[in-house]
Design a protein around this ligand. Structure first.
Ligand code: DGL
Length: 279
């Protein structure tokens, strides 16, 4: 099935998931939407994140996508069920793949999870890990300052290192052996986080696990792209933030040039989505 895969995120963080999808399935066409006008989602209420997620997904449906990947951890944690109920194409989030991998890899059953405040407050990772492994102990910590530090490009900086150290202080005391990077931005800080945790802690990149889950699902459903790549990936954003290309390239691991800005308000009005999802 040669329709594109749709991916959305609150902003540009989801490019870490795109990077993994491109690596694993280079022949698939990807259509990305980053809601840069309304980022961050991680500090917003569940109700608002659900509304935004539905609108973002509808934007992607215009491109006849065969499935939707919710790259944003916050949106996956708060809105996956709503999306699955409302859309008639497969929708995959990042929480279940990340949680499954952690549950499978832990040796001592102690799993740490870090993410935005909304992701951690939702308990989505904890609930999913417990569902998979009732005996696992989950220790969750919101790390709200890490998103702006990554976007500022302070990857190898003592301020970032101190911030990580402070956030991980309690998690390190409980001797977790596995840590889920439950936010789109954290894989970019993988090295800095590993320096603080030490090599004995396995870091789980939810985005990477999600790319594998997407490939598995498409293959099982006979929906993988056949033949050579036919169309270029497209990247849409609802606003162009300062330094977008620089930050985006860091997330993607290669230059990002063809970014298209959309008038999202106009799209919502045109599609009658403003009232329908206003709660
Ligand atoms: N993409 C978000 C996530 O993975 C991080 C940025 C935000 O707060 O919107 O949770």
């Amino acid at each position: 099935m040669n329709n594109p895969i749709g991916i959305f995120d609150s902003g540009i963080g989801g490019l870490t998931v795109v990077k993994q999808l491109m690596h694993l399935m280079p022949e698939e066409q990807l259509i990305y939407f980053g809601d840069t006008a309304r980022v961050p989602y991680g500090t917003k209420s569940k109700q608002l994140v659900q509304q935004y997620a539905l609108q973002d997904a509808h934007f992607l449906l215009q491109y006849d996508v065969k499935m939707i990947v919710v790259a944003c951890n916050t949106a996956s944690a708060s809105a996956l069920d709503v999306l699955q109920e409302n859309l008639d194409i497969p929708v995959l989030g990042v929480v279940t793949p990340g949680a499954s991998s952690a549950a499978a890899q832990t040796r001592n059953g102690k799993i740490g999870v870090i993410g935005t405040s909304a992701t951690i407050n939702s308990n989505a990772y904890t609930d999913e890990i417990k569902r998979l492994s009732a005996s696992a102990e989950v220790f969750a910590q919101a790390c709200p300052l890490l998103v702006p530090l990554v976007e500022e490009g302070w990857l190898d900086d003592y301020v970032t290192s101190l911030t990580i150290k402070k956030y991980l202080h309690e998690l390190l005391k409980v001797h977790m052996d596995t840590l889920i990077l439950g936010c789109t931005h954290y894989p970019v800080l993988g090295e800095a986080i590993q320096k603080i945790t030490g090599e004995a802690v396995t870091l789980i990149d939810s985005g990477k696990e999600t790319a594998k889950a997407v490939q598995k699902m498409l293959s099982e459903k006979g929906m993988l792209h056949r033949g050579r790549k036919q169309a270029e990936n497209r990247f849409f954003v609802s606003d162009i933030p300062a330094k977008f290309e620089e930050v985006g390239s860091r997330f993607l691991g290669k230059p990002l040039t063809n970014v298209e800005r959309v008038d999202f308000d106009q799209f919502l009005i045109r599609s009658g989505l403003t009232d329908e999802f206003q709660r």
